[in-house]
Ligand binder design. Structure first.
Ligand SMILES: NC(=O)c1ccc[n+]([C@@H]2O[C@H](COP(=O)([O-])OP(=O)(O)OC[C@H]3O[C@@H](n4cnc5c(N)ncnc54)[C@H](OP(=O)(O)O)[C@@H]3O)[C@@H](O)[C@H]2O)c1
Length: 349
């Protein structure tokens, strides 16, 4: 028996399944932790041990039984999401034991994965010399790419313009605020606690931050924070926060629809003000996007984000929940605003 095979037999595997589909706000009962078979890597595959799991708001959409831009999770099958892992056994020429990899993988302690980036259960290498490996799920991963392309390609902030960011203290939002500052814009963040807003002003240097939970009149608080109006609105949350921002847009404003987290748990579609008349009279652009639209340009973004991190121009915050079994709780925490920056689950050292 080969050494690797014997090792594999000693290990115990666990997985987290989608146990039921949520009605409205998800609960811990929608998830189930079970023991699972230890996968055996086939020729061309690697056995990986999970180090970090990413919890992301878009995963809420995958818990529904409706296709969106990604297919739904199957009932009684593992949840899948962003993972950083260590190769413990390699049957692929492209990887060696000890390599750190990332990919869209099942929530499992151990997984057999391919080195082919086109598929789920496939991985790419992470260079641990660039930054801590957890950043492959944050600033040097999907949230970083989202901030980069959404803001620069659609928002196109110019020096001196006012950029408003909702969900400003989250994984994407903290990066959007800083990239807008790098471009010389005046930045106003919107977040749900005074501690988060203090981080935005004191650590990230945004010009103003508004707490949407405690502002009695959100529109007038935003108006005070944006005396020259709003040129770019990076929308992570939708709903009433966005209704208020949209009343303040300037001529030729750009509105980047990145996320609508305030609506993800609604059972019935929300109704709100009709925005077309104000877009019309302001000659404004409103555009949605999915980060994968930019897959052909990911290399450009990784290069620039990496340089900004190395130069100390981009900071990142991580909120880390310890323990594989706590992944569902960490995911639910996104909807209560428990995270500052990127929410991660630490599974192994
Ligand atoms: N278009 C794309 O390709 C793409 C890619 C990645 C992410 N996204 C979207 O971008 C947004 C941010 O994602 P992220 O990964 O960076 O998450 P995140 O901002 O790190 O975490 C979610 C945050 O949303 C806020 N929130 C929760 N419920 C809210 C509500 N009802 N109203 C207002 N704010 C609420 C909370 O902060 P507070 O304390 O401030 O409430 C929470 O911390 C999400 O909407 C996500 O779906 C889109």
């Amino acid at each position: 028996m080969e050494e690797g095979t014997r090792d594999t037999e000693k290990r115990m595997n666990k997985t987290i399944l989608l146990a039921s589909r949520p009605q409205g706000m998800p609960t811990p009962d929608n998830f189930k932790l079970v023991e699972a078979e230890m996968p055996r890597p086939q020729e061309g595959e690697v056995l990986i041990r999970t180090l970090y799991l990413s919890v992301d708001p878009y995963m809420r959409g995958r818990m529904n039984d409706r296709k969106s831009y990604v297919p739904p999770f199957a009932l009684n099958e593992p949840i899948t999401g962003g993972v950083v892992a260590e190769v413990v056994e390699s049957r692929s020429d492209a990887f060696a034991a000890g390599d750190i990899v990332t990919g869209l993988l099942p929530w499992q302690l151990y997984t057999a994965a391919k080195g082919d980036h086109a598929e789920v259960t496939s991985v790419r290498k992470v260079d641990p010399r660039l930054a801590p490996v957890s950043t492959a799920l944050g600033i040097l991963g999907m949230p970083g790419l989202t901030a980069y392309f959404g803001l620069l390609d659609i928002g196109q902030p110019a020096p001196g313009e006012t950029v408003v960011v909702s969900g400003a203290a989250g994984a994407v939002g903290t990066l959007v605020c800083q990239i807008a500052k790098i471009k010389g814009s005046r930045v106003v963040g919107i977040a749900g606690s005074d501690e988060k807003n203090q981080y935005l002003t004191d650590e990230l240097g945004v010009e103003a931050a508004v707490n949407y939970k405690t502002s009695i009149d959100l529109r007038s608080a935003l108006k005070d924070a944006c005396p020259g109006g709003v040129d770019v609105y990076f929308d992570n949350v939708g709903g009433e926060v966005s209704d208020a921002v949209l009343t303040l847009i300037n001529n030729r404003a750009r509105i980047v629809i990145c996320g609508q987290i305030s609506l993800y748990n609604l059972e019935q579609p929300d109704t709100g003000p009709r925005v077309q008349p104000s877009l019309l009279v302001k000659s404004a652009l409103m555009q949605g996007f999915i980060v994968s639209d930019y897959a052909a340009r990911f290399g450009e973004a990784f290069g620039q984000l990496g340089r900004w991190v190395a130069e100390g121009k981009l900071k990142y915050a991580e909120s880390i929940v310890e323990g594989f079994e706590n992944a569902p709780q960490a995911f639910l925490g996104l909807f209560a605003g428990e995270n500052l920056g990127k929410q991660l689950v630490k599974v192994g050292d």
